[in-house]
Ligand binder design. Structure first.
Ligand SMILES: *[C@@H]1O[C@H](CO)[C@@H](O)[C@H](O)[C@H]1NC(C)=O
Ligand SMILES: *[C@@H]1O[C@H](CO)[C@@H](O)[C@H](O)[C@H]1NC(C)=O
Ligand SMILES: *[C@@H]1O[C@H](CO)[C@@H](O)[C@H](O)[C@H]1NC(C)=O
Ligand SMILES: *[C@@H]1O[C@H](CO)[C@@H](O)[C@H](O)[C@H]1NC(C)=O
Ligand SMILES: *[C@@H]1O[C@H](CO)[C@@H](O)[C@H](O)[C@H]1NC(C)=O
Ligand SMILES: *[C@@H]1O[C@H](CO)[C@@H](O)[C@H](O)[C@H]1NC(C)=O
Ligand SMILES: *[C@@H]1O[C@H](CO)[C@@H](O)[C@H](O)[C@H]1NC(C)=O
Ligand SMILES: *[C@@H]1O[C@H](CO)[C@@H](O)[C@H](O)[C@H]1NC(C)=O
Length: 420
């Protein structure tokens, strides 16, 4: 009897020891709409027969340790399967293989999953621990980790960007990383690490699953703080750098945060003088006094940098008043010359007119004064006939006459040809 009882105990312990369930892995993160594999193996006494197998999920208000059986995700009796999981599962249904595939997961599937089986002689067993499923709800978001907690990111710091969702980060996927919307080809992991950030790394980053644009994350700014870089002077001028023109010197730089203090310096004959403290240095009217070498210093909380030195050489120009006077004199001279030319032209025209108007000049008038017929003049009169052909200007009034004083009768012939 004693031996029998020992044998029974041994058999019982062997039977208990052979009942088991093992899950691997015990925690899974999966993207929504994708499928998940609950990998599972179990054991039961070889002399027993399996009656039911099921996967269950405790409901939200229930204990999550497997002591309370919730809804059936899978059941060997399909009628028992909960509406939410109908047609979404594939059970391995092989000896001692309890693996289950769940398709098209959504955030409602978050939670604990347990495998339970019943076998002959009222044997029941639930695999302890269960599997914890987290469903990654898109979109992704980028989180930034640095060695400093809640501190600014400075040049030289090491930074890790992680692509994940609120719930979890799905593993073993290919990722794509973008900086300012441009793909970073070498970054394909869920994490993107920069061992020593520089100001070149400043920018907006986002991530996505490879070959899937719909899952991309919102951009996150990698706000690398750095002292001013590339400080240089830009010269703005209305024309040439010459006397009288206005000039604006601008201290250009690249800094994060923005430059807070500017300083302008003028080097003249080895003397350095501080001449300004704004971003722009304005010269209203350039003169040779402004000749010299200029540089600026840009400063923010991170540090400062000196610009390159530029040499300003103001071109001397003829004085403007002189130009005005010269122009005036020239104009007057021109006027005088023009006037002279016009006068001369008029004179020439006047001289030319008689020859030009010959028909008018031919109008000849005969003036007879005390003219008598020769037949009537008989006797011993001495006749004195004088012909005079005169060409006189019309204004001339005293006409020369030939007066014969021999005799009483004076005959004057005067042939006048004048212009009307
Ligand atoms: C499951 O699939 C079967 C046939 O494939 C179909 O008749 C049934 O309506 C589906 N059930 C659900 C809940 O989709
Ligand atoms: C269990 O079944 C699943 C699905 O059929 C299979 O992928 C897996 O390899 C099986 N596991 C073992 C240990 O046989
Ligand atoms: C997956 O589930 C969602 C609801 O969670 C549903 O709208 C969608 O149609 C399902 N997709 C497939 C392929 O069954
Ligand atoms: C980053 O994104 C913000 C907001 O969209 C935008 O204002 C900013 O200009 C971006 N920065 C760069 C460097 O592209
Ligand atoms: C992604 O797309 C590229 C070409 O566009 C293709 O070569 C590659 O196989 C795709 N990868 C996946 C995982 O679909
Ligand atoms: C920068 O400018 C602020 C105000 O303009 C001034 O109070 C501060 O002293 C300046 N810092 C340096 C280092 O010049
Ligand atoms: C430069 O400084 C020296 C000594 O401080 C002074 O004697 C000289 O006049 C200065 N030159 C100019 C151009 O300001
Ligand atoms: C920048 O300019 C300041 C003021 O002249 C000078 O003291 C300093 O040495 C300069 N720094 C460099 C790096 O040239």
């Amino acid at each position: 009897m004693f031996y029998i009882s020992i044998l029974l105990q041994l058999l019982l312990s062997a039977a208990v020891a052979s009942v088991s369930v093992s899950y691997n892995p015990k925690s899974i993160c999966v993207l929504e709409r994708s499928s998940v594999d609950f990998k599972c193996t179990f054991d039961y006494p070889y002399y027993s027969t399996l009656e039911t197998t099921k996967w269950f999920k405790p409901e939200a208000h229930q204990k999550q340790d497997g002591t309370q059986v919730g809804i059936s995700v899978y059941h060997s009796n399909t009628a028992e399967i909960h509406q939410l999981y109908k047609n979404r599962t594939a059970y391995a249904n092989q000896d001692r293989n309890c693996s289950l595939q769940l398709h098209n997961v959504s955030k409602n599937d978050n939670g604990m999953y347990f495998f339970r089986f019943e076998y002959s002689n009222r044997g029941k067993y639930t695999g302890q621990g269960g599997i914890h499923l987290s469903v990654a709800v898109l979109p992704f978001r980028v989180t930034v980790k640095t060695q400093k907690e809640n501190g600014h990111i400075h040049e030289g710091d090491s930074v890790t960007l992680t692509c994940g969702t609120e719930n979890c980060t799905p593993k073993q996927k290919l990722f794509a990383w973008f900086k300012n919307q441009r793909l970073i080809p070498e970054a394909t992991d869920i994490e993107f690490s920069i061992s020593s950030v520089s100001h070149h790394d400043f920018g907006n980053y986002s991530c996505a699953l490879k070959n899937s644009s719909s899952t991309s994350a919102d951009e996150i700014l990698l706000d690398v703080k750095y002292s001013p870089k590339n400080v240089e002077i830009a010269v703005l001028t209305s024309g040439k750098i010459q006397e009288g023109n206005s000039l604006t010197l601008i201290c250009m730089s690249n800094a994060n945060p923005l430059v807070t203090n500017y300083s302008w310096f003028l080097i003249k004959e080895a003397n350095v003088s501080h001449i300004g403290f704004h971003r722009e240095f304005f010269i209203k009217s350039a003169s040779q006094k402004d000749d010299g070498q200029y540089f600026c210093i840009a400063k923010n909380d991170m540090g400062s940098q000196n610009s390159t030195v530029i040499a300003l050489n103001v071109e001397v120009t003829i004085h403007q008043n002189f130009l005005l006077i010269a122009t005036a004199v020239f104009l007057i001279l021109m006027a005088v010359v023009m006037f002279g030319l016009i006068i001369r032209r008029i004179q020439i025209t006047l001289k030319k007119q008689p020859t030009e108007q010959t028909p008018a000049a031919t109008a000849t008038e005969e003036i007879y004064e005390n003219l008598r017929k020769s037949s009537e003049s008989e006797g011993n009169f001495t006749k004195c006939v004088i012909y005079a052909d005169l060409s006189l200007p019309p204004s001339t009034s005293d006409r020369p006459r030939c007066i014969s004083q021999e005799g009483d009768t004076v005959i004057i012939y005067s042939l006048l040809s004048y212009k009307e």
